[in-house]
Design a protein around this ligand. Structure first.
Ligand code: CP
Length: 336
Protein backbone atom coordinates (compact mmCIF):
# COMPACT_ATOMS: atom_id res chain seq x y z
CA UNK A 1 0.00 0.00 0.00
CA UNK A 2 1.12 3.56 -0.75
CA UNK A 3 2.72 5.35 2.24
CA UNK A 4 0.26 8.27 2.06
CA UNK A 5 -2.66 5.85 2.19
CA UNK A 6 -1.09 4.05 5.15
CA UNK A 7 -0.72 7.39 6.90
CA UNK A 8 -4.40 8.20 6.34
CA UNK A 9 -5.39 4.75 7.62
CA UNK A 10 -3.34 5.32 10.78
CA UNK A 11 -4.89 8.77 11.27
CA UNK A 12 -8.39 7.28 11.16
CA UNK A 13 -7.93 4.32 13.44
CA UNK A 14 -5.37 5.69 15.92
CA UNK A 15 -5.82 8.52 18.39
CA UNK A 16 -3.39 11.43 18.89
CA UNK A 17 -1.20 9.24 21.14
CA UNK A 18 -0.89 6.41 18.60
CA UNK A 19 -3.37 4.12 20.34
CA UNK A 20 -6.30 2.33 18.72
CA UNK A 21 -9.67 4.15 18.75
CA UNK A 22 -11.24 2.14 15.89
CA UNK A 23 -10.05 -1.22 14.54
CA UNK A 24 -10.60 -1.09 10.81
CA UNK A 25 -7.60 -2.81 9.28
CA UNK A 26 -4.17 -4.22 10.10
CA UNK A 27 -2.69 -1.85 7.48
CA UNK A 28 -0.80 1.00 9.09
CA UNK A 29 -0.35 -0.66 12.50
CA UNK A 30 3.21 -1.21 13.72
CA UNK A 31 4.79 -4.48 14.84
CA UNK A 32 4.86 -2.99 18.33
CA UNK A 33 1.12 -2.30 18.27
CA UNK A 34 0.17 -5.73 16.84
CA UNK A 35 2.30 -7.30 19.58
CA UNK A 36 0.50 -5.11 22.14
CA UNK A 37 -2.87 -6.46 20.89
CA UNK A 38 -1.58 -10.05 21.14
CA UNK A 39 -0.19 -9.48 24.62
CA UNK A 40 -3.43 -7.84 25.75
CA UNK A 41 -5.33 -10.88 24.41
CA UNK A 42 -2.99 -13.14 26.43
CA UNK A 43 -4.08 -11.36 29.63
CA UNK A 44 -7.61 -12.68 29.03
CA UNK A 45 -6.41 -16.29 28.73
CA UNK A 46 -5.77 -18.44 31.78
CA UNK A 47 -3.09 -21.13 32.08
CA UNK A 48 -5.33 -23.73 30.45
CA UNK A 49 -6.59 -21.37 27.77
CA UNK A 50 -9.80 -20.53 29.66
CA UNK A 51 -11.21 -17.02 29.25
CA UNK A 52 -10.71 -14.62 32.18
CA UNK A 53 -13.54 -12.16 32.82
CA UNK A 54 -12.90 -8.44 33.28
CA UNK A 55 -15.05 -5.40 34.22
CA UNK A 56 -13.28 -3.12 31.67
CA UNK A 57 -16.46 -2.40 29.68
CA UNK A 58 -18.87 -2.27 32.64
CA UNK A 59 -21.73 0.10 31.80
CA UNK A 60 -20.74 0.32 28.09
CA UNK A 61 -22.94 -0.76 25.19
CA UNK A 62 -21.67 -2.81 22.25
CA UNK A 63 -23.92 -3.13 19.20
CA UNK A 64 -23.32 -5.91 16.65
CA UNK A 65 -24.42 -4.82 13.17
CA UNK A 66 -24.00 -7.79 10.85
CA UNK A 67 -25.28 -7.18 7.32
CA UNK A 68 -23.78 -10.54 6.22
CA UNK A 69 -24.15 -13.97 7.84
CA UNK A 70 -21.71 -14.99 10.55
CA UNK A 71 -21.37 -17.71 13.17
CA UNK A 72 -17.89 -17.27 14.67
CA UNK A 73 -17.29 -13.51 14.46
CA UNK A 74 -20.68 -12.30 15.66
CA UNK A 75 -20.93 -14.83 18.46
CA UNK A 76 -17.36 -14.40 19.74
CA UNK A 77 -17.79 -10.60 19.73
CA UNK A 78 -20.94 -11.10 21.82
CA UNK A 79 -19.16 -13.49 24.20
CA UNK A 80 -16.13 -11.16 24.38
CA UNK A 81 -18.27 -8.09 25.17
CA UNK A 82 -20.19 -10.00 27.86
CA UNK A 83 -16.93 -11.30 29.37
CA UNK A 84 -15.90 -7.61 29.61
CA UNK A 85 -19.20 -6.83 31.44
CA UNK A 86 -20.66 -4.75 28.57
CA UNK A 87 -24.31 -4.62 27.51
CA UNK A 88 -24.58 -6.26 24.09
CA UNK A 89 -27.24 -5.77 21.44
CA UNK A 90 -27.36 -7.92 18.33
CA UNK A 91 -29.30 -5.82 15.83
CA UNK A 92 -31.06 -8.00 13.28
CA UNK A 93 -30.14 -6.06 10.14
CA UNK A 94 -32.49 -8.24 8.06
CA UNK A 95 -35.43 -6.92 10.14
CA UNK A 96 -34.15 -3.34 10.46
CA UNK A 97 -35.52 -0.22 8.76
CA UNK A 98 -32.67 -0.39 6.24
CA UNK A 99 -35.13 -2.79 4.53
CA UNK A 100 -37.60 0.14 4.26
CA UNK A 101 -35.04 2.33 2.56
CA UNK A 102 -33.36 4.00 5.55
CA UNK A 103 -29.75 4.82 4.71
CA UNK A 104 -26.82 3.31 6.61
CA UNK A 105 -25.96 6.83 7.79
CA UNK A 106 -29.43 7.39 9.33
CA UNK A 107 -29.51 3.92 10.85
CA UNK A 108 -26.18 4.52 12.55
CA UNK A 109 -27.07 7.99 13.79
CA UNK A 110 -30.24 6.55 15.34
CA UNK A 111 -28.37 3.70 17.02
CA UNK A 112 -25.74 6.18 18.21
CA UNK A 113 -28.55 8.19 19.82
CA UNK A 114 -29.37 5.05 21.82
CA UNK A 115 -26.02 5.49 23.59
CA UNK A 116 -23.89 2.95 21.75
CA UNK A 117 -20.21 3.03 22.72
CA UNK A 118 -18.92 0.50 20.18
CA UNK A 119 -20.30 -0.74 16.85
CA UNK A 120 -19.03 -4.01 15.42
CA UNK A 121 -19.90 -4.06 11.73
CA UNK A 122 -19.80 -6.71 9.03
CA UNK A 123 -20.78 -5.52 5.56
CA UNK A 124 -20.47 -6.76 1.99
CA UNK A 125 -19.07 -3.39 0.84
CA UNK A 126 -15.31 -2.97 1.10
CA UNK A 127 -14.68 0.23 3.07
CA UNK A 128 -17.96 0.19 5.03
CA UNK A 129 -16.19 0.26 8.41
CA UNK A 130 -13.94 3.15 7.28
CA UNK A 131 -16.98 5.07 6.09
CA UNK A 132 -18.59 4.66 9.50
CA UNK A 133 -15.49 5.70 11.41
CA UNK A 134 -14.65 8.64 9.19
CA UNK A 135 -17.99 10.17 8.34
CA UNK A 136 -20.77 8.76 10.48
CA UNK A 137 -19.70 8.01 14.04
CA UNK A 138 -16.22 9.35 14.76
CA UNK A 139 -16.93 9.37 18.52
CA UNK A 140 -18.12 5.76 18.71
CA UNK A 141 -15.45 3.04 18.41
CA UNK A 142 -15.93 1.09 15.17
CA UNK A 143 -14.63 -2.46 14.93
CA UNK A 144 -14.49 -4.06 11.50
CA UNK A 145 -15.99 -7.56 11.59
CA UNK A 146 -15.23 -8.06 7.89
CA UNK A 147 -15.84 -5.71 4.94
CA UNK A 148 -16.24 -7.13 1.44
CA UNK A 149 -12.97 -8.51 0.14
CA UNK A 150 -10.99 -5.85 1.96
CA UNK A 151 -10.22 -6.71 5.56
CA UNK A 152 -11.06 -8.94 8.52
CA UNK A 153 -8.60 -7.60 11.07
CA UNK A 154 -9.77 -9.48 14.17
CA UNK A 155 -9.57 -12.75 12.19
CA UNK A 156 -6.03 -11.77 11.20
CA UNK A 157 -5.12 -11.15 14.84
CA UNK A 158 -6.69 -14.35 16.16
CA UNK A 159 -4.80 -16.26 13.48
CA UNK A 160 -1.57 -14.59 14.67
CA UNK A 161 -2.35 -15.45 18.30
CA UNK A 162 -2.94 -19.10 17.30
CA UNK A 163 0.38 -19.21 15.42
CA UNK A 164 2.24 -17.48 18.24
CA UNK A 165 0.91 -19.93 20.83
CA UNK A 166 1.26 -23.14 18.82
CA UNK A 167 3.92 -22.91 16.10
CA UNK A 168 6.78 -23.35 18.58
CA UNK A 169 9.01 -20.81 16.79
CA UNK A 170 9.08 -17.00 16.45
CA UNK A 171 7.47 -15.42 13.39
CA UNK A 172 10.94 -14.70 11.98
CA UNK A 173 11.53 -18.46 11.55
CA UNK A 174 8.14 -19.38 10.08
CA UNK A 175 7.09 -20.22 6.54
CA UNK A 176 3.33 -19.78 6.25
CA UNK A 177 1.19 -20.90 3.30
CA UNK A 178 -2.25 -19.39 2.58
CA UNK A 179 -4.18 -21.68 0.26
CA UNK A 180 -7.19 -21.35 -2.04
CA UNK A 181 -9.47 -18.44 -2.84
CA UNK A 182 -7.04 -15.58 -2.24
CA UNK A 183 -8.83 -13.31 -4.72
CA UNK A 184 -12.06 -12.96 -2.73
CA UNK A 185 -10.63 -13.38 0.75
CA UNK A 186 -10.48 -10.54 3.28
CA UNK A 187 -8.88 -13.06 5.66
CA UNK A 188 -5.98 -13.60 3.23
CA UNK A 189 -5.33 -9.85 3.06
CA UNK A 190 -5.41 -9.39 6.83
CA UNK A 191 -3.23 -12.48 7.41
CA UNK A 192 -0.66 -11.34 4.85
CA UNK A 193 -0.51 -7.84 6.38
CA UNK A 194 -0.16 -9.21 9.91
CA UNK A 195 2.46 -11.82 8.96
CA UNK A 196 4.52 -9.20 7.10
CA UNK A 197 4.33 -6.72 9.96
CA UNK A 198 5.26 -9.38 12.51
CA UNK A 199 8.24 -10.40 10.34
CA UNK A 200 7.36 -13.91 9.11
CA UNK A 201 10.29 -15.52 7.27
CA UNK A 202 8.28 -16.45 4.17
CA UNK A 203 4.63 -16.03 3.14
CA UNK A 204 3.36 -18.25 0.33
CA UNK A 205 0.05 -18.11 -1.46
CA UNK A 206 -1.09 -21.25 -3.24
CA UNK A 207 -3.96 -20.98 -5.73
CA UNK A 208 -4.98 -21.37 -9.35
CA UNK A 209 -4.47 -18.20 -11.46
CA UNK A 210 -8.23 -17.56 -11.48
CA UNK A 211 -8.28 -17.24 -7.69
CA UNK A 212 -5.31 -14.89 -7.36
CA UNK A 213 -5.83 -11.10 -7.29
CA UNK A 214 -3.94 -9.17 -9.92
CA UNK A 215 -0.68 -7.71 -8.61
CA UNK A 216 -0.42 -10.34 -5.85
CA UNK A 217 3.41 -10.29 -6.16
CA UNK A 218 3.38 -6.71 -4.84
CA UNK A 219 2.10 -8.08 -1.51
CA UNK A 220 5.59 -9.53 -0.89
CA UNK A 221 4.49 -13.16 -1.10
CA UNK A 222 5.75 -16.17 -3.06
CA UNK A 223 3.11 -17.48 -5.45
CA UNK A 224 2.65 -21.20 -6.14
CA UNK A 225 0.14 -22.68 -8.54
CA UNK A 226 1.32 -26.19 -7.66
CA UNK A 227 -0.02 -27.20 -4.25
CA UNK A 228 2.44 -30.06 -3.65
CA UNK A 229 5.39 -27.72 -4.17
CA UNK A 230 3.74 -24.87 -2.26
CA UNK A 231 3.25 -26.78 1.00
CA UNK A 232 6.77 -28.29 0.94
CA UNK A 233 8.44 -27.55 4.31
CA UNK A 234 5.76 -25.09 5.52
CA UNK A 235 5.31 -24.53 9.27
CA UNK A 236 1.73 -23.28 8.99
CA UNK A 237 -0.96 -23.97 6.36
CA UNK A 238 -4.07 -21.78 6.28
CA UNK A 239 -6.79 -23.16 4.01
CA UNK A 240 -9.42 -20.63 2.89
CA UNK A 241 -13.08 -21.08 2.03
CA UNK A 242 -14.10 -20.99 -1.63
CA UNK A 243 -16.33 -17.88 -1.68
CA UNK A 244 -18.93 -18.76 -4.29
CA UNK A 245 -21.08 -15.80 -3.20
CA UNK A 246 -18.36 -13.33 -4.28
CA UNK A 247 -17.60 -14.96 -7.66
CA UNK A 248 -19.42 -13.22 -10.51
CA UNK A 249 -19.03 -16.16 -12.87
CA UNK A 250 -17.62 -19.52 -11.92
CA UNK A 251 -13.84 -19.36 -11.65
CA UNK A 252 -13.55 -23.07 -10.88
CA UNK A 253 -14.05 -26.04 -13.19
CA UNK A 254 -15.68 -27.92 -10.28
CA UNK A 255 -15.35 -28.44 -6.54
CA UNK A 256 -14.02 -31.97 -7.22
CA UNK A 257 -11.32 -30.59 -9.51
CA UNK A 258 -10.36 -27.95 -6.92
CA UNK A 259 -10.08 -30.59 -4.17
CA UNK A 260 -7.90 -32.78 -6.39
CA UNK A 261 -5.50 -29.92 -7.15
CA UNK A 262 -5.68 -27.72 -4.03
CA UNK A 263 -7.44 -29.67 -1.25
CA UNK A 264 -5.48 -29.88 2.01
CA UNK A 265 -5.24 -33.67 2.28
CA UNK A 266 -3.23 -35.93 4.60
CA UNK A 267 -0.67 -36.54 1.85
CA UNK A 268 -0.08 -32.81 1.43
CA UNK A 269 0.16 -32.21 5.19
CA UNK A 270 2.96 -34.82 5.20
CA UNK A 271 4.91 -32.72 2.70
CA UNK A 272 4.96 -29.79 5.16
CA UNK A 273 7.30 -29.52 8.17
CA UNK A 274 6.74 -32.11 10.93
CA UNK A 275 3.84 -30.99 13.19
CA UNK A 276 2.99 -28.08 10.87
CA UNK A 277 -0.16 -26.28 11.97
CA UNK A 278 -3.39 -26.76 10.00
CA UNK A 279 -5.66 -23.71 10.14
CA UNK A 280 -8.93 -22.56 8.53
CA UNK A 281 -10.92 -19.40 9.44
CA UNK A 282 -14.25 -21.20 8.87
CA UNK A 283 -16.83 -21.87 7.70
CA UNK A 284 -15.21 -24.94 6.10
CA UNK A 285 -16.29 -26.76 2.98
CA UNK A 286 -15.10 -30.24 3.93
CA UNK A 287 -13.98 -32.20 0.92
CA UNK A 288 -13.44 -28.99 -1.09
CA UNK A 289 -10.67 -26.96 0.63
CA UNK A 290 -9.77 -29.47 3.29
CA UNK A 291 -10.14 -33.19 3.98
CA UNK A 292 -12.31 -34.02 7.00
CA UNK A 293 -9.57 -36.12 8.62
CA UNK A 294 -7.14 -33.18 8.32
CA UNK A 295 -9.67 -30.67 9.69
CA UNK A 296 -10.25 -32.94 12.69
CA UNK A 297 -6.69 -34.30 12.88
CA UNK A 298 -3.98 -33.90 15.51
CA UNK A 299 -2.28 -30.98 13.68
CA UNK A 300 -5.48 -28.96 13.35
CA UNK A 301 -5.81 -25.85 15.53
CA UNK A 302 -9.05 -24.76 13.85
CA UNK A 303 -11.16 -24.79 17.03
CA UNK A 304 -8.36 -23.10 18.97
CA UNK A 305 -8.63 -20.26 16.43
CA UNK A 306 -12.29 -19.87 17.40
CA UNK A 307 -11.48 -19.90 21.12
CA UNK A 308 -8.67 -17.35 20.77
CA UNK A 309 -11.12 -15.19 18.84
CA UNK A 310 -12.80 -14.39 22.16
CA UNK A 311 -9.54 -13.20 23.80
CA UNK A 312 -8.49 -11.18 20.74
CA UNK A 313 -11.91 -9.53 20.51
CA UNK A 314 -11.82 -8.74 24.25
CA UNK A 315 -8.44 -7.09 23.63
CA UNK A 316 -9.63 -5.07 20.65
CA UNK A 317 -12.92 -3.98 22.29
CA UNK A 318 -11.15 -2.82 25.45
CA UNK A 319 -8.26 -1.11 23.63
CA UNK A 320 -10.58 0.75 21.24
CA UNK A 321 -12.82 1.88 24.10
CA UNK A 322 -9.80 3.14 26.04
CA UNK A 323 -8.44 4.84 22.90
CA UNK A 324 -11.75 6.68 22.37
CA UNK A 325 -11.76 7.87 26.00
CA UNK A 326 -8.13 8.90 25.71
CA UNK A 327 -8.85 10.86 22.51
CA UNK A 328 -11.54 12.81 24.41
CA UNK A 329 -9.10 13.60 27.24
CA UNK A 330 -10.79 11.21 29.65
CA UNK A 331 -7.73 8.95 30.04
CA UNK A 332 -4.04 9.69 30.46
CA UNK A 333 -1.51 9.71 27.60
CA UNK A 334 0.47 6.49 27.00
CA UNK A 335 -0.35 3.00 25.79
CA UNK A 336 -4.08 2.67 26.40
N1 CP B 1 -14.16 -16.68 10.14
C1 CP B 1 -15.33 -16.03 10.07
O1 CP B 1 -15.37 -14.83 9.81
O2 CP B 1 -16.41 -16.81 10.29
P1 CP B 1 -17.92 -16.27 10.34
O3 CP B 1 -18.28 -15.85 8.93
O4 CP B 1 -18.75 -17.42 10.84
O5 CP B 1 -17.96 -15.10 11.26
Amino acid sequence: MHLAALHTMSQIQLNQYGNLRHFLSIEGLSKQYLTHILETAETFLGENGQIINSPLLDGRTVMNLFFEPSTRTRTTFEVAAKRLSANVLNIDMQQSSTKKGETLRDTLWNLEAMAADIFVIRHSASGAAHFMAQTVCPDVAIINGGDGRHSHPTQGMLDMLTIRRHAGKPFSELTVAIIGDIKHSRVARSDIEALQTLGAKEIRVIAPKTLLPSGIEEFGVKVFENMDKGVEGCDVMIALRIQNERMGSSLLASSEEFYKLYGLTEGRVQRAAPNALVMHPGPMNRGVEIASNVADGSQSVILKQVNYGIAVRMAVLSLAMQGQLQAKGLLNQGMA
